[in-house]
Ligand binder design. Structure first.
Ligand SMILES: Nc1ncnc2c1ncn2[C@@H]1O[C@H](COP(=O)(O)OP(=O)(O)OP(=O)(O)O)[C@@H](O)[C@H]1O
Length: 463
């Protein structure tokens, strides 16, 4: 079937003055004032003999009439009982955009833009730019040179809330739905646009335009009028189009929702991670604090010494640190360990007295027996002397020389830990009054001197 149902007002020359736009199942798509109201119902009937547009007042006590005045303006009036006057319910044409074909072929009118005439973008541009700029859009729009149609690869630009183009020569198929309509249009290279005939119940029927599209209008929203119109454009024009914005709004909002959900989940994960991290850090900090409080105050802290190239240097590792270096290290003993090992430096543990202090016999936890030299507080031997002694003894390693096992420096306390010598010190045998030196045989004494000499000369430290 060719031509679709709409009302036209023609002048004496047969030129169209205005058109209502096709009946879309609810109203004429170009008459926004025909919004569904509770007081009246519009009907449109079509049969082989006639096409009837009628309305019915749902309340019999109310009155309405449609009048076409001599200026070509159609108006619906409703009777207002209170004021006893006929009020204008709608009037058509209503504005500049209702005038027929104001924006020419492929142009459309939008009362909310300036100028009101617009070209579909992308793909179209004003045919007469100068006239267009002077607010004369009657020449309409033409396809851009770069927007060459190719039939097979062409696509369709979906335009929202459009008063459908003049449809007196449009192809009509009531049996097809929108997607079938699209298929037909795609295959027909001459098809310029397609749309649903009826927008009620999800849409039905197919309208196809194979000519220039004229007298289109765009409304602000679907309530005002208009419907979706799909216009053929080159595939290259189907990218980001401002015209499709409203149609993309739903997918855009979906994307927004997806983005929002993504951001929320991401932020939550990061937040949870930070909370866990904070918790772990706090725990670790607490552990460190506890450990710190368990060890002696800094001034009481034992300094660790490392023997390196004959020089005693402070080791950078902390008292309770676990780092090991390849350097020759002298183990540190905790003062309390030595207190316990020597039974609090009891007299019964005392082995003897040297120039710098007393020497005690001690037993470590592991059962190892040691000799602990506690440097006298009144002794002149300070840290430097201690260092020298440690340095010297540590280097004088020999099977016949006493081995230094470690040291302890804690506040005023300075202690050296040696391996325990069962046979006491050599001087006892050499100079002890009770064990007269003369009692030692010359041969034994010579052997002892030899051993001592040998010890010193074979050590790393040369004297
Ligand atoms: N490793 C040890 N094993 C067993 N007894 C030891 C040990 N070291 C020292 N003694 C005992 O402690 C005493 C004192 O030793 P110490 O080394 O302090 O003095 P010294 O060598 O006699 O003199 P100086 O203080 O001038 O070095 C020794 O005479 C010895 O009886």
């Amino acid at each position: 079937m060719i031509g679709f149902r709409e009302l036209l007002l023609l002048n004496n020359d047969g030129k169209i003055i205005w058109r209502t736009g096709p009946w879309n199942g609810r109203k004429f798509s170009g008459v926004p004032g025909m919004k569904a109201v509770s007081i009246m119902q519009f009907e449109f009937e079509e049969n082989s003999e006639e096409i009837i547009y009628s309305f019915e007042m749902l309340n019999a006590s109310l009155y309405s009439r449609v009048v076409m005045n001599s200026s070509g303006i159609a108006q619906r009036f409703v009777w207002a009982e209170t004021t006893k006057t006929w009020n204008v319910f709608w009037s058509f044409p209503d504005d500049y955009c209702d005038k027929f074909n104001e924006c020419g072929p492929f142009g459309f009118c939008d009362a909310n833009t300036a100028p009101m005439c617009n070209c579909m973008t992308p793909g179209f541009a004003p045919k007469n730019k100068q006239a267009w700029d002077f607010r004369d859009g009657s020449d309409g729009c033409v396809r851009n040179r770069s927007s060459k149609l190719d039939c097979g690869s062409d696509g369709f630009l979906p335009l929202k809330n459009m008063k459908l183009p003049e449809s007196s020569k449009a192809f009509v198929d009531q049996t097809k739905n929108l997607s079938e309509c699209g298929e037909i249009c795609k295959k027909k290279c001459s098809c310029a646009a397609y749309a649903n005939m009826d927008v009620t119940e999800g849409g039905s029927g197919c309208l196809i335009w194979e000519m220039d599209l004229v007298d289109m209008r765009r409304y602000a929203d679907s309530e005002d009028g208009g419907q979706d119109l799909y216009v053929r454009v080159a595939a290259s024009d189907l990218g980001e189009s401002p015209m499709t914005k409203s149609s993309k709004n739903s997918s855009g909002s979906n994307n927004k929702v997806v983005k929002l959900v993504g951001i929320t989940i991401g932020a939550s994960v990061v937040l949870i991670f930070l909370i866990i991290l904070f918790h772990l850090m706090r725990k670790k900090l607490q552990r460190l604090k506890k450990l710190e409080s368990d060890i002696p105050a800094p001034e009481k802290r034992v300094k660790d010494f490392t023997l390196k190239d004959g020089v005693v240097v402070p080791n950078k590792r902390d008292y309770y640190g676990e780092t090991k270096t390849d350097e020759l290290e002298l183990p540190l003993f905790d003062f309390m360990t030595l207190v316990m090992a020597t039974n609090n430096f009891s007299n019964s543990s005392k082995l003897g007295q040297g120039g710098f202090g007393c020497v005690y016999k001690g037993t470590l936890k592991e059962g190892e027996v040691v000799a602990v030299k506690r440097l006298s507080r009144i002794s002149d031997q300070g840290i430097e002397e201690l260092k020298n002694e440690v340095q010297l003894i540590a280097k004088l390693q020999h099977r016949n020389l006493v081995r230094v096992l470690g040291c302890c420096i804690e506040a005023e306390e300075k202690l050296l830990v040696y391996e325990f010598m069962e046979n006491k010190s050599l001087d006892m045998f050499l100079f002890d009054k009770e064990k007269n030196v003369t009692q030692l045989e010359n041969q034994t004494r010579d052997h002892m001197w030899d051993c001592s000499r040998d010890s010193l000369s074979s050590s790393r430290f040369k004297i």
